[in-house]
Design a protein around this ligand. Structure first.
Ligand SMILES: Cc1cc2nc3c(=O)[nH]c(=O)nc-3n(C[C@H](O)[C@H](O)[C@H](O)COP(=O)(O)OP(=O)(O)OC[C@H]3O[C@@H](n4cnc5c(N)ncnc54)[C@H](O)[C@@H]3O)c2cc1C
Length: 385
């Protein structure tokens, strides 16, 4: 099967699955701040969340291009991949840097849905984007680490079995480079919560199952460390291009959903005796948003091609994320404007998707941090931090 046939078949199949979870499903969850359990189960059973896990470990061994199509189609259907996207990109840390026994133990169970690896603990309240300054420590005591500290905005912890946790194992004062001394630990959430780990949900603008997490002498077996001690920052960087490309695809999905809705509404809504879309003041902003979404998609496809060919793609992956997040946000704004007052009514889903797509200006990486990557690492301008 050629790549384009595979992609068409995959799109059709994901669309079919998503059609079982219509707007009303997501709207109700949003109102109740509930997790899309049924949807995530269906996606897992269909094997989509295991797209990037190699076949010999129970997954489908697909590339980032295909994985990104899955997430794009979820968002294009009106749903929200954020409920489950993390597994796709954080699993790579375990796949690339885990020991053979860790890979054999966890990945087949993640692939068949027995275990969920949906939580990723990096961000902290006092240090934010400045990751190397994190205060959470993991101190080795024999065959265990004792973890103390605090994380914030850690999503899906309550709906996951495992969490990848980043903590400092060597104090900042004792390392040559500030990026040294961080380690990645795989935390078994079922045994950790209530035994050194406390989870406090955060009420947020979007339904994202996000939480604050506190560690008070949480014990993590040394055998749960992924890769070498102190090399965690490098492992984090390794996963970023995949994350950027997948998020870009979600934004493209959102952007297309908004443009579809805006076009339809502009054609249907009659004011002053004609469809509002006949007015170029309504038509042109929608056309421009469409152009920008499609242009961002080209960069996302380019980045995915490079990634899947094992070629450097840092610049393209970051540019794709920036362009796609901006395009989806532009499309969201334009659609709100096209809908007039009805854009604010929950029953049309515009306000929900508007809130959801706004996240990508800030998380998992903010627009400014992408611009600083492009400025410093792609264009060679002076470092600002
Ligand atoms: C809904 C939600 C879910 C999340 N889920 C997770 C998760 O599962 N796991 C996890 O680890 N994290 C998660 N995050 C955290 C997210 O990754 C961070 O919020 C994001 O990286 C920004 O960090 P911060 O909030 O600490 O902002 P800060 O670092 O405090 O920055 C605030 C603002 O200042 C800007 N800024 C900071 N420094 C500079 C500079 N030098 N130059 C220019 N601008 C600068 C930033 O771009 C940002 O706009 C989530 C966040 C949200 C809102």
């Amino acid at each position: 099967m050629s790549n384009s046939e595979l992609h068409t078949d995959l799109r059709t199949a994901v669309r079919e699955l998503c059609s079982r979870f219509p707007d009303a499903y997501w709207r109700k969850l949003d109102a109740q701040e509930a997790y899309p359990e049924e949807f995530v189960k269906a996606l897992t059973e269909a094997g989509y969340l295991a797209a990037l896990i190699p076949e010999e470990l129970g997954g489908s061994g697909l590339g980032i291009a295909e994985a990104s199509i899955i997430l794009e189609e979820v968002n294009r259907s009106g749903g929200n991949s954020a409920a489950c996207h993390a597994q796709m990109y954080i699993m790579g840390t375990l796949l690339r840097h885990g020991s053979e026994s860790q890979r054999q133990h966890y990945l087949p169970k993640i692939a068949n849905g027995e275990l969920r690896l949906q939580a990723f603990g990096v961000t902290e309240p006092t240090t934010g984007t400045d990751t190397t300054q994190m205060k959470t420590v993991a101190v080795r005591k024999g065959d265990r680490y004792l973890v103390n500290g605090q994380k914030v905005w850690i999503s899906r912890v309550e709906y996951s079995d495992l969490m990848l946790l980043v903590a400092r194992t060597t104090p900042l004062e004792e390392v040559k480079k500030k990026t040294d001394g961080l380690s990645v630990l795989l935390v078994d959430l079922k045994s950790a919560i209530g035994n050194g780990m406390t989870v406090v949900p955060i009420r947020a603008m979007i339904n994202h199952a996000t939480t604050e997490v506190f560690f008070d002498n949480l014990e993590v077996p040394v055998e749960n460390r992924i890769g070498e001690e102190g090399k965690g920052f490098r492992y984090l960087l390794d996963g970023l291009n995949a994350e950027r490309i997948l998020i870009a695809a979600e934004c493209v999905g959102d952007g297309r959903w908004f443009v579809d809705r805006a076009c339809k509404y502009a054609g249907d809504r009659v004011v002053f005796g004609r469809p509002i879309g006949q007015n170029q003041g309504i038509q042109f902003p929608i056309a421009r948003a469409h152009v920008n979404v499609e242009a961002a998609d080209l960069m996302r496809i380019r980045a995915a091609e490079l990634f899947d060919s094992d070629l450097p793609c840092g610049a393209e992956a970051n540019m794709a994320k920036l362009l796609a997040a901006d395009a989806s946000w532009e499309a969201a704004n334009v659609t709100m404007q096209t809908y007039g007052g009805f854009g604010f009514a929950e029953e049309y889903d515009i306000e929900r998707k508007f809130r959801e797509t706004r996240l990508y200006q800030t998380a998992p990486i903010s627009t400014n941090l992408i611009l600083s990557y492009i400025g410093q690492h792609v264009l060679g301008m002076p470092r600002s931090f």
